[in-house]
Every structure is written in C-alpha cells, then in structure tokens.
Design a protein around this ligand. Structure first.
Ligand code: AMP
Ligand code: GLY
Length: 419
C-alpha cells in the first residue's frame, strides 16, 4: 500500500516509524514531515492544514490510504475531502472532530448523555462570564472554546486571575476566534490519566493508559506546553478503573456520537481526572496525543496498518490488539524558552549515541540542512523514548540515553514519570 501520513511532529514520527514496520506498507510518505521522519518516509512539502493541496497530491500520486494526525486538518474536514475524492482516510470527519474543536460542543454532549465531567457554563458575553466567576468563586477553570494549541486553559486560583483570563480570551483575543466563546467550569482535583482509544464508529479499543506532563518546568511549574514528556501505562489506572471508564465514559461517548449522527472513526483521546467521585472527563481530543503516542506505539505489538484499516472498515471488533508487557517513557528535549520564545536552527549532536544507548529518538521539531546536518526547528525538538520491563527502568533508561544529546539552550524536565 502507498500510505501518506499528514503532520510533522514527534507523534507523526512515531506513527511513521511504526507503519514502516508493516509489511503491508510498501511506500510511505509524510507531509510535511521533519528531519527525523525523512529517515523512514519520503517527506512531501505540503502544509498539514492545506486540505486542497493534500487531497490533490494524494490523488495525483495514487495514495491507497491517508492517516491524518493533527487536530487542525481534522477540524478543517481533511478526512471528509479525502473520502469525497475516493481515498480511504484514518481520522474523524469534521462533524466528529468537533469533540476537540469545540469545548462548548463536547461539554453539551457529555451533559446530554450523562458522561461524568466538571460542572460548567458556556458564555459569549463578557459581563455574564465575569458575574458567573464572582458568583462561583475560586479556584475555577476558564477555557477558550476552540483550538488553542493546548494552551487555551487557565486553572485560576483566584477570582482576579479568572477574570483576567476571560478578558484576555474575549477582549484581547489572545487565541483569536477560539476565545469568543468561553467555557467556565468547576475545578476538579485528583490525578490525571490519559486513555487513547482506536475507534471504528461503533467499536472501541483502548490503548495502554498514559500520562503526560504539560508544564514546562520540574515540579509541574511554569507555563503549559504541548507536553514535556509522557509514560505508559499509568500505575494509577487499575483494571477496575479501566472497566468503570469503559462503562461510564468510553462506550457512552462512542454511542453518543453515533446517536448524534457523528460516528467517530479514528483515535479518541480521553483526558481523565480521577476525582473522589470517580473518573471524570477533563477533555476530549480527536487524535493521538503528542507526546503520549511515542511511548504508546513503542509498546504496540500489532501491525498498526491493520488497526488503521479496521477502523476505517468498521471491523475493529475483529482484531486482537497486543501490547508488550512493561512500560515506556518519552522525554521531550525542548528549545530554551519554549513555550514562549525560542531560537531555532541550532545543530544537534549525539543522536546516534542516544540510539546506541537504547532510545528511539523521535524528532518533533528538526530539519535537515543542505549538508545533511540535523538542526533544531521548533519548540519541542526531540522525544527520546525507551521501553523496559518496569516504569522505573524505562525512566532511568531514557535519562541515561539522552546524556550524549546536546544543542544550544536545550531544556528538559528531570522529573518525568516521578510526579
Ligand atoms: P485541557 O487542555 O482541557 O486538557 O486542560 C489542560 C489542563 O488543565 C488539564 O490537563 C488539567 O490539568 C487542567 N484542567 C482542565 N480542566 C480542569 C478542571 N475542570 N479542573 C481542574 N483542572 C483542569
Ligand atoms: N499531550 C497532550 C495532547 O496531545 O493534547
């Protein structure tokens, strides 16, 4: 099969790395890809959000299958457009990707179908939003309705902080149109666990549970990022909890979307909080998480192409997905200053040595210079990933393996998997 993966980050590198192991995949392309993806796939210089350009290229080059990984092309209807052109595509259509693209939509869906989540109200009017915050008091959570690169959420510990967040979203348009509607919700407490699940519109197959670390600095300090590291499985996610989540959250979500005429095919990302009242949904994403995908796919023993095909064909119930035992850990090596301001274009050294020490180093933001040198080209630069018989060993192996890697102003957290 000729397969195209859309995207160009660490998640897409992990997806390409796994697909390249499938005997079914004879030619692998990635658009736009990056310096590391180029080692396993042919990179095509088309922006992930260029729906028309992508469909045209896929048609002209006779792709048999397209996998759309990032949130924005999914929300823009890339899968719909590929299907209309007769090309099988993995990922939700726009009408199902909305579970991530609109928090107002997903909160309403959960309310209607009694799926446990934080209490909330939705606002388009600034004064009403401010009045609600004063009435509810702090701590309280303010969320921009639309996509905001995972940064449109403020967990406010004071009323003033919440008011400021609402003003930044609604008046200053910090997240553009994404913030003209805001969701204000109850602040939940408890450990967080993420469960990604393959989905074929009707059936659902959860992957190993995982946990990412969103804050930039050690001890969960500093600004929110796309994710500074992740591991799987989460020791907090017991078999009893898995059963309860399946019954109270996962299955009802898939059924709700089907009942609404928005069958979901692709990967649903369940961001969960384990509260005293049981597991509740913090957020849905309509795609693989980044960096959760890097450790999770490192543990997958089944052919990923077979799973993708089953999701598109509606036959996910007929395949038995196998996982390695043990655990995996991914450490993100970021540019100094990320997620605020950072420089790019620095040479990276020590990649081969890290691989020799047992890590798979997925590239998130890199490019290859004309002379073949790997340079930094983004906020999150690399995701060094290791698998081992236990979580402690996977974490230790990952920290040992990154020792030889260096680039100017490299920054990483030293407590991934420990908090
Ligand atoms: P989200 O982008 O919705 O995942 O939010 C980012 C992070 O904000 C989550 O991973 C949580 O740590 C936190 N968060 C979001 N919603 C809530 C909530 N209702 N209560 C407490 N923390 C929350
Ligand atoms: N790691 C969080 C996300 O992919 O949304």
């Amino acid at each position: 099969m000729k397969v195209l993966v859309v995207g160009g980050g660490g998640r897409e590198h992990a997806i390409c790395w796994k697909l390249a192991q499938s005997p079914k995949v004879t030619e692998l392309y990635c658009a736009p890809g990056n310096g590391g993806i180029a080692q396993v796939a042919t990179c095509v210089p088309i922006k992930a959000t260029d729906v028309d350009g992508m469909v045209q290229w896929a048609k002209e080059n006779a792709m048999d299958f397209v996998m759309v990984a990032p949130d924005d092309p999914l929300a823009l209807g890339m899968v719909d457009a590929l299907e209309a052109a007769g090309i099988p595509a993995f990922g939700p259509r726009a009408n199902a990707a909305i579970i991530e693209a609109s928090k107002a939509f997903s909160k309403e869906l959960m309310k209607k179908y009694h799926i446990p989540t934080a209490k909330y109200e939705t606002f388009t009017d600034l004064d009403r939003a401010l009045a609600y915050i004063r009435e509810q008091g702090a701590p309280i959570v303010v969320k921009a309705d639309g996509l905001a690169l995972g940064k449109g959420v403020v967990v406010a510990s004071t009323v003033e902080e919440a008011e400021q967040a609402v003003r930044e979203m609604m008046v200053d348009k910090k997240f553009g149109g994404s913030g003209s509607t805001v969701v204000i919700e109850e602040c939940m407490t408890g450990p967080e666990v993420t469960v990604l699940a393959f989905c074929d519109g009707e059936h659902l197959a959860p992957m190993l549970s995982s946990q990412d670390h969103k804050r930039a600095y050690d001890g969960d300090q500093g600004p929110n990022t796309g994710g500074m590291g992740a591991f799987c499985p989460s020791p907090k996610y017991t078999p009893e909890l898995a059963e309860r989540c399946m019954k109270e959250i996962f299955q009802p979500t898939v059924e709700a979307l089907k009942a609404e005429g928005r069958p979901f095919k692709g990967v649903i990302y369940f961001g969960l909080m384990l509260t005293q009242d049981g597991p509740k949904v913090v957020e849905y994403n309509a795609r693989f998480g980044d960096p959760e995908t890097q450790p999770i796919l490192s543990m997958l023993d089944t052919d990923l192409m077979d799973i993708f095909t089953a999701c598109v064909d509606g036959t996910l119930d007929q395949i038995d997905i196998k996982w390695k035992s043990g655990a995996a850990c991914c450490l993100v090596l970021a540019s100094g200053g990320y997620p605020v301001e950072y420089q790019s274009g620095y040479p990276i050294s020590g990649l081969e040595e890290a691989e020799q020490l047992g890590a798979t180093v997925f590239h998130a933001g890199t490019k290859r210079s004309d002379s073949g040198e790997i340079l930094t080209a983004g906020g999150r630069v690399l995701g060094a990933t290791t698998a081992a018989p236990s979580l402690e060993e996977a974490i230790a192996a990952a920290y040992a393996a990154i020792k030889p890697i260096s680039f100017q102003d490299m920054h990483f957290r030293t407590d991934i998997g420990k908090v």
